[in-house]
Write a protein that binds this ligand. Structure first.
Ligand code: AGP
Length: 606
């Protein structure tokens, strides 16, 4: 996934492009580049690593030109170096691209046969030479339509031309792209977040469309080059201030923000005065839904897994979960009475968006649980449940995870009550527990020093296991993912009851194993599974909840007791020490906690 920006102005654009690229770094930060048009030539500068490296380049600091494009990259084809960084340019054309061109090898062969010389290993470069080739025989609009029709795969493109000193072309298929409108200047960007500091007037392109951006107006076209009209949206213009405050990293701040973000989410959906849950404008009657399919990627998928247990506990609905990249190609049995729920912090994850598009094409009921309400997934779902967490900057999701599972729990509670699967008094009890949750998370956050010490053992190990049963199993998966993506140590989340069917062979003397065993219905069984790994030399970190009952086991290396609440809400509390474990492990290693290697905040390619 990459980030694109383009600006067509009556003043120099390089500084604004650099500033926008910094906002887009959450989409990829392997390398960055900028190209401007000035005095009939394309000036291009690219650098490896962060946008700061590009900004320090003296050529960029003196770059002139009132038309330009910029790009931050997460490598899909070719090493993350300055040669493969975007823009890619020929004499006449310069292109920035987010997506994957699946027939690039074939196109490259054809273009080389036409004498085109390639400099990079990227798929993107074929677009540059294809446009250049088509411009030999077609005008600008026809060369674009002809080029786009030759491309297989996904793209969001920004294109400038040496011989067209007054326009930028933007084109979209499968990767998000937005147009912004400013005073005597107009913009192109991967999403509204990149454009927000310049404008709140936005038009989103749909798949197959392209646009011609001039300083004073923008024209839109369909894939056949026919002019079309598009809506201009006015987005909320408050520009959130993103700074770390007293924290060393955004992730640390976002972990500590969780009591507040949970309070925000509860306030949005819980009607305290009537002791009820309001899901305004929910478009379906409960008798229209007999099953739910939850779909997401990564942490969002773990949210879906967590929700499965709750929907099964609180309703009689059939519940399925799927990883978006699997769902989109599976031979699914689409049913009209199934509600498809798409969970995504960014709302731009390509696989989740593709799964949503597939369900929409089948005219299914679609609902999304997102943090970014102006995102593609939110815009294209029939119904949206925002999680109200505020921008999450840390690539490793923390507050958004708790926000996602909060909204999913609220949805399960409400549907359980409406379907009469859940009695009102039990609903009231659970709602009361829910309202107390933010304070319990606050208290659990204070478990800090012990985790800092424990994290060293995980750093010294060659791998670890995270075990849980029932409500704790999805949290075991999430805890393992956090450790992997932050400290680059292998960690595996596993159902505690499954260890004896193979993975027990992994256990050796001193291997750290996290066992999530809250005092719920699975407690005793999980403790027995824990003994199985202790007996083989594992160093067990037991995470349970405070209780007057003694822990029924010994030879436990370390124990962490979180606050206590209803069994179905304990996952919120169990998550917190695991987030901190991963954070302190990475801190000790000195890794880049907010931008871990090889990752990006929003994976907008498949
Ligand atoms: C979570 O820590 C990861 N950064 C990643 O797994 C993320 O949850 C996944 O890419 C899905 O992103 P989304 O929620 O924006 O769709």
């Amino acid at each position: 996934m990459c980030g694109i920006i383009g600006i067509n102005s009556n003043k120099s654009v390089s500084a604004s492009i650099i500033n926008s690229l910094k906002k887009l770094e959450y989409r990829g930060y392997d390398s960055a580049g900028i190209a401007t048009l000035h005095a009939g030539s394309i000036n291009e500068v690219k650098s490896e690593g962060r946008v700061d490296n590009l900004e320090k380049n003296s050529v960029v600091q003196n770059m002139v030109g009132t038309i330009g494009i910029g790009h931050v990259r997460w490598a899909t084809h070719g090493l993350p170096n300055s040669i493969n960084a975007h823009p890619h340019s020929s004499q006449n054309v310069s292109v920035v691209h987010n997506g994957i061109i699946e027939n690039s090898t074939l196109l490259k062969k054809f273009l080389v046969s036409k004498g085109h010389k390639f400099k990079s290993q990227t798929d993107t470069e074929v677009i540059v030479h294809l446009i250049t080739e088509n411009l030999k025989t077609e005008n600008i609009i026809n060369s674009i339509t002809k080029t786009l029709k030759s491309l297989h795969g996904s793209f969001a493109l920004g294109i400038i031309f040496k011989d067209q000193p007054d326009l930028i072309i933007g084109a979209r298929r499968g990767s998000p792209l937005a147009v912004g409108y400013g005073p005597n200047e107009n913009y192109l960007g991967s999403d509204s977040y990149a454009l927000k500091s310049m404008t709140n007037k936005i038009t989103y392109l749909s798949d197959g469309e392209f646009c011609v951006i001039k300083k004073d107006h923008v024209e839109f076209f369909n894939e056949d080059g026919i002019k079309i009209n598009k809506k201009v949206l006015e987005l909320s213009s408050e520009e959130e201030k993103h700074d770390k405050g007293d924290y060393k990293h955004f992730m640390a701040k976002e972990i500590e923000e969780q009591p507040t973000t949970l309070k925000n989410g509860i306030k949005e959906y819980v009607d305290a005065s009537n002791n009820d849950i309001n899901i305004f404008n929910f478009p379906w009657k409960t008798n229209e839904i007999s099953s739910i399919t939850l779909i997401g990627c990564g942490t969002a998928y773990h949210s879906c897994m967590m929700a499965k247990y709750w929907f099964e506990e609180l309703t009689t609905l059939n519940v399925n979960v799927d990883i978006a990249s699997e769902f989109r190609y599976r031979k699914n049995r689409f049913k009209k009475d199934t509600l498809y729920v798409f969970v995504s912090q960014s709302g731009e994850t390509a696989d989740t968006y593709a799964a949503l598009s597939l369900c929409k094409s089948k005219e299914m009921k679609t609902c999304s649980v997102v943090n970014v309400i102006e995102s593609s997934i939110a815009r294209d779902s029939e119904f949206v449940m925002p999680i109200h967490c505020g921008t999450e900057i840390g690539v490793a999701s923390t507050k958004a995870f708790l926000g996602q599972i909060l909204i999913l729990y609220i949805l399960a509670l409400k549907l359980g009550l409406l379907r009469k699967d859940l009695k009102r008094e039990l609903f009231n009890k659970k709602l009361k527990d829910l309202k107390e949750l933010p304070d319990l998370v606050q208290q659990t956050l204070s478990i800090d020093n012990k985790i800092q010490t424990i994290s060293k053992t995980f750093n010294d190990a060659k791998g670890s296991m995270f075990l849980g049963r029932g409500f704790s199993y999805p949290i075991a998966l999430e805890g393992a993912l956090k450790l992997k993506e932050l400290s680059y140590i292998h960690a595996e989340g596993y159902p505690a009851g499954e260890m004896k069917h193979g993975p027990l062979a992994l256990i050796e003397e001193g291997m750290p194993v996290v066992v999530l065993a809250p005092r719920d219905d699975y407690y005793k069984k999980t403790i027995s599974n824990m003994q199985e790994v202790i007996a083989r030399g594992a160093k067990v970190l037991l995470i349970t909840n405070k209780s007057k009952d003694e822990i029924i086991s010994e030879n436990i290396w370390e124990t962490i007791e979180v606050e206590t609440t209803g069994a179905d809400l304990l996952p919120f509390l169990l998550t917190v020490p695991l987030q901190k474990l991963a954070y302190y492990s990475a801190l000790k290693k000195g890794y880049d906690i907010d931008k871990p290697r090889n990752l990006a905040k929003s994976v907008t390619v498949e």
